[in-house]
Ligand binder design. Structure first.
Ligand SMILES: NC(=O)c1ccc[n+]([C@@H]2O[C@H](COP(=O)([O-])OP(=O)(O)OC[C@H]3O[C@@H](n4cnc5c(N)ncnc54)[C@H](OP(=O)(O)O)[C@@H]3O)[C@@H](O)[C@H]2O)c1
Length: 430
């Protein structure tokens, strides 16, 4: 039989895209893989929606479990989302000897270790290109193209919703709430935006990238996650005066002692760095390998077309190479790596204080920083008239997070400082 038979669970944004793009590319894929690829069964909750995408009624089922048990299916493509049913479907499919393709970053971040172990036991492929950065082939690049490299760092703008909001705040001078409302109206943000703007979607993807870079799964509580909900436009403006752009950045690094850090937070990036110019819903990932140096991957991180490209790429990979392939991250467990706590992370900082407008305040703040051995690299204090408090912005040299937070608490307690400080971390890509 020269046909690869696909059972697809879910026919929404991603599944609908896969269905629509397969037919016009079937001949191309046959020429390139040597196989015909056919979606023979589609599991959904609401058949009418799948029919509206063009799926014939006789290929639709509402029983997703039947995909795993169907002997006429070679590959199960999980595009339902969620973690409960999806986990059960993937585990059952692998056990039944089927290859699996998924776009489910939340599930992999939560149960990646368990599911890849199940794939290893079953000697079946579990591919997941669409789970990070949509159409950008970052997974395959890390697993294959960069396999000879020790990965020194990965920096990613991997949430299009956040990047869109921050781009509009920067370019159009919108406040966060205005930019969010615009993103929702334009279809760039979900009705419930929290998974995106609170950083969790980017954190799921960061966990997957870390597993590929370093060969082990970080536990969800080992990841530091901070979203963009509290970002104020004036901090974007002040940072720009200092030569920086603000991005929600996933940072994954290993130091010379094999300590790994995985964090997602709003981050100031020097305007001269290529990631600073990635705007709108686009994603970009910079990977620094010890052999290759710095590489950059750029493209659409979400949407039906970009994700369909990634899912069809995984299906084609199975069509061309159906054998289980080991010796590839994330199946290769790493070294003796340890995950750093946030307290151990070293960063530069942007600190904005609201201070009483009187002489000697800067000296008091500098004294606290000096006592914690934290150096100041630049200061701006815009002139404000007819006001009793003024902003004071400090750019700080490298400090350990624990040390910095202790200094911050002392500064906030000074009688000349009004209210909590605003803190943004700075990445210099050194
Ligand atoms: N959207 C993107 O741009 C994007 C990008 C990268 C990764 N992903 C990931 O891809 C996956 C799918 O996302 P999506 O945006 O395509 O979601 P979606 O538009 O909500 O589609 C989900 C599909 O799964 C079906 N479904 C859900 N639960 C089901 C169940 N218990 N039984 C049968 N069918 C079920 C839904 O059927 P009904 O419509 O009939 O309810 C629908 O067809 C998620 O894991 C997501 O994180 C999405």
């Amino acid at each position: 039989m020269n046909t690869l038979r696909i059972g697809m669970a879910g026919c929404g944004t991603v599944g609908g895209g896969v269905w629509r793009h397969l037919a016009p590319h079937a001949e191309l894929l046959r020429q390139r893989t040597g196989k015909d690829i056919a979606i023979t069964k589609v599991a959904v909750r609401t058949p009418a929606k799948a029919q509206a995408v063009g799926v014939p009624a006789d290929r639709i089922t509402t029983d997703w479990r039947s995909l795993a048990s169907d002997p006429d299916i070679d590959v199960v493509v999980e595009l339902m989302g969620g973690t409960k049913e999806a986990r059960e479907l993937i585990a059952a499919s692998l056990k039944a000897g089927k290859h699996v393709v998924t776009a489910n970053k939340a599930l992999l971040a939560e149960c990646g270790a368990e599911l890849f172990e199940a794939a290893r036991r079953a000697q079946r492929q579990l591919l997941f290109e669409a789970s990070v950065a949509g159409g950008i082939p970052i997974i395959k690049s890390l697993r294959e193209g960069l396999i000879a490299n020790r990965i020194l760092s990965v920096h990613g703008i991997i949430n299009g919703t956040c990047n869109y909001i921050l781009t509009r705040m920067t370019g159009q001078g919108l406040e966060y709430a205005e930019a969010l409302a615009e993103a929702k109206a334009g279809g760039y943000a979900e009705a419930d935006e929290s998974l995106d703007v609170d950083g969790h979607d980017a954190a799921h993807k960061a966990a997957i990238l870390a597993s590929l870079a370093y060969g082990f799964w970080v536990e969800p509580d080992q990841l530091y996650v901070e979203g963009i909900r509290n970002v104020e436009r004036r901090d974007i403006d002040f940072a720009r005066k200092l030569g920086y752009e603000l991005k929600l950045l996933a940072i994954i690094k290993m130091d010379e002692r094999q300590a790994v850090e995985v964090r997602v937070h709003p981050t100031l990036i020097p305007r001269t760095h290529v990631l600073a110019s990635v705007s709108g819903v686009f994603n970009a990932i910079s990977v620094h390998g010890d052999v290759v140096g710095e590489t950059l991957f750029y493209g659409r991180g979400a949407g039906a077309d970009a994700t369909a490209s990634a899912v069809l790429g995984d299906i084609a990979e199975i069509a061309a190479h159906p054998e289980y392939r080991k010796c590839k991250a994330p199946e290769t467990a790493c070294l003796n790596a340890k995950v750093k706590t946030m307290d151990e992370v070293v960063s530069r900082y942007y600190l904005r204080l609201d201070i009483v407008d009187r002489p000697g305040v800067l000296a008091k703040v500098a004294a606290v920083l000096g006592a914690h051995a934290i150096g100041i690299s630049s200061v701006i204090q815009p002139e404000v008239h007819a006001n009793t408090s003024v902003p004071l912005i400090l750019m700080l040299h490298d400090a350990q997070e624990k040390q910095f937070q202790a200094a911050r608490r002392e500064i906030e307690a000074l009688d000349v400082v009004k209210g909590p400080a605003v803190v943004l971390r700075v990445e210099d890509f050194a």
